[in-house]
Design a binder for this molecule. Structure first.
Ligand SMILES: Cc1cc2nc3c(=O)[nH]c(=O)nc-3n(C[C@H](O)[C@H](O)[C@H](O)COP(=O)(O)OP(=O)(O)OC[C@H]3O[C@@H](n4cnc5c(N)ncnc54)[C@H](O)[C@@H]3O)c2cc1C
Length: 438
């Protein structure tokens, strides 16, 4: 029971049950609302790949009492930059001070584990608030953001006080609120694949592959003319039972065109192509013994003009699709969810005026997410722009901050509760000034 007499319990429709939609469901049920999640497909097809959850994401999982050990995390201890051809270490950013400095660890998760635990947290009878409910086979077709209705392909229509479009990179809700994406094919494409740890041991492959680290090869122009778009990102996940790979290459080498993830296995020859013939042989051996090899086609989106209309907003990849090179897409979706949970909590009065709450949501989230989005585009061109590698020494970190680059401190030192409180106070002051002037 809320002590704020202005608090009103909202009926919330979340379109899309991915990492962002489930996070929003967790945040808003905890804030005291009735949440329904509408997902177009069955949940057993979540992508099997690693996802790193930095301190700025982990912070919210902890605040929401998510059972992080249930996600079988690997706690990362370093970021390692390797030479494309020899595998020699070129640079290393140690994370041994990370938790002490920013209060949370850097978790590497498997997407399926993360998704399963978030789904459990959103719908469990345990935990704060009313458990969220989930309806699958609900493909959103249209949204009336003034009336607050969502209509699905199966003919069902639901009415809600707040509609959240968490329907990913090809969002339907986004178009319904009048956003027209300005996007183009990225110059770089991606494949992901996994190597089982038992195979690493059995076949005598490189054991550092399951060290608690993210390891990078390439990501910069080679002295022999190799494109900067050749890059490998490798890390262990799922209690280090799986070594996950993202393999990047120039787009002209791929036959796959549909944006986002495709559930279609490809032969290893689709990955070991072009200048992969020069790649560190240890890494090639791992790739040759990989499973679940699938394409992940990338597009570059310019920031959108707006994220909400009437009672509807967008969140996560629907709102700020970004290149994956800061490993921040899901963390930013979690931050979106956290902002909605705070803004529509009983601490403030936005449940009386959902549209004003969504304006506050955009005000809080869009500038920060846009900064990460553009830093992700820059890191596509140069691995040295990645958070962590911009802060190899305290001197590098202060130079990077002065040059406007994204730093690990900017990401992890951010205090969203304080940010919302100060924006609401500024809004209240300005409303009072306007009234006094009348
Ligand atoms: C190669 C790569 C590596 C990455 N690595 C990281 C990383 O290490 N760390 C990190 O933080 N992020 C990472 N990301 C980004 C991260 O995967 C995404 O940002 C994140 O999954 C977005 O979550 P979402 O919920 O917004 O979208 P999604 O996860 O795409 O979820 C959208 C959901 O909506 C459903 N849906 C779609 N359309 C409809 C409809 N019309 N009606 C109903 N439901 C619908 C979909 O089925 C899906 O379940 C990576 C991305 C890529 C491409």
């Amino acid at each position: 029971m809320s002590s704020n007499p202005n608090f009103k319990q909202l009926r919330v429709a979340v379109v899309g049950g991915g990492l962002g939609g489930l996070s929003a469901a967790v945040a808003l049920r905890r804030a005291g609302h009735i949440v329904e999640i509408f997902e177009r497909r069955d949940f057993n097809v979540e992508v099997g790949a690693s996802i790193s959850c930095a301190a700025n994401g982990t912070q919210w999982l902890r605040e929401w009492d998510v059972d992080i050990p249930d996600m079988k995390p690997v706690i990362l201890m370093k970021l390692v930059m390797r030479d494309w051809e020899t595998g020699k270490i070129l640079n290393q950013y140690n994370l041994d001070h990370y938790e002490e400095e920013w209060g949370n660890v850097y978790n590497m998760l498997h997407r399926q584990d993360m998704h399963a635990t978030l789904l459990k947290t959103a719908t469990s009878p345990e935990g704060l608030g009313t458990p969220a409910t989930v309806k699958i086979d609900h493909i959103c077709e249209s949204v009336d953001y003034e009336k607050g209705t969502v209509t699905f392909k199966n003919g069902n229509t639901v009415k809600a006080d707040l509609i959240i479009g968490a329907d990913g990179i090809r969002s339907a809700v986004r178009g319904q609120i009048g956003v027209v994406p300005d996007m183009k094919s990225a110059p770089q494409t991606c494949y992901r694949c996994n190597v089982r740890r038992e195979d690493v041991d059995k076949l005598g492959l490189v054991k550092y592959s399951y060290d608690p680290a993210i390891q990078f090869w390439g990501g910069m122009p080679g002295s022999n003319g190799r494109s900067k778009y050749y890059k490998i990102v490798m890390s262990p996940c799922s209690d280090a039972e799986i070594v996950s790979f993202y393999c990047f290459m120039p787009t002209e080498l791929t036959k796959h065109h549909e944006e986002g993830f495709t559930f279609k296995e490809v032969p290893v020859s689709d990955i070991i192509t072009g200048r992969y013939d020069e790649l560190d042989p240890d890494c090639v051996n791992l790739l040759k013994n990989s499973v679940d090899r699938m394409p992940w086609r990338l597009y570059v989106h310019q920031p959108y003009n707006h994220w909400f209309r009437g009672k509807a907003c967008i969140l996560g990849d629907a709102a700020h699709p970004m290149m994956p090179h800061q490993s921040q897409g899901a963390c930013q979706a979690i931050e979106d969810a956290a902002a909605l949970g705070i803004i529509f909590s009983d601490k403030y009065n936005f449940t009386q005026d959902v549209n004003a709450g969504l304006a506050m949501y955009q005000n809080i989230r869009k500038p920060r997410a846009t900064r990460v989005q553009s830093a992700s585009a820059r890191a596509t061109e140069n691995l040295n722009e990645r958070i962590g590698f911009t802060s190899l020494t305290p001197h590098d970190a202060s130079l990077a901050a002065a040059e406007g680059k994204l730093t690990i401190n900017e990401m992890n030192g951010y205090k969203m509760h304080d940010h919302v409180a100060s924006e609401v106070a500024a809004m209240t002051r300005s409303n009072t000034d306007n009234l006094t002037r009348l």
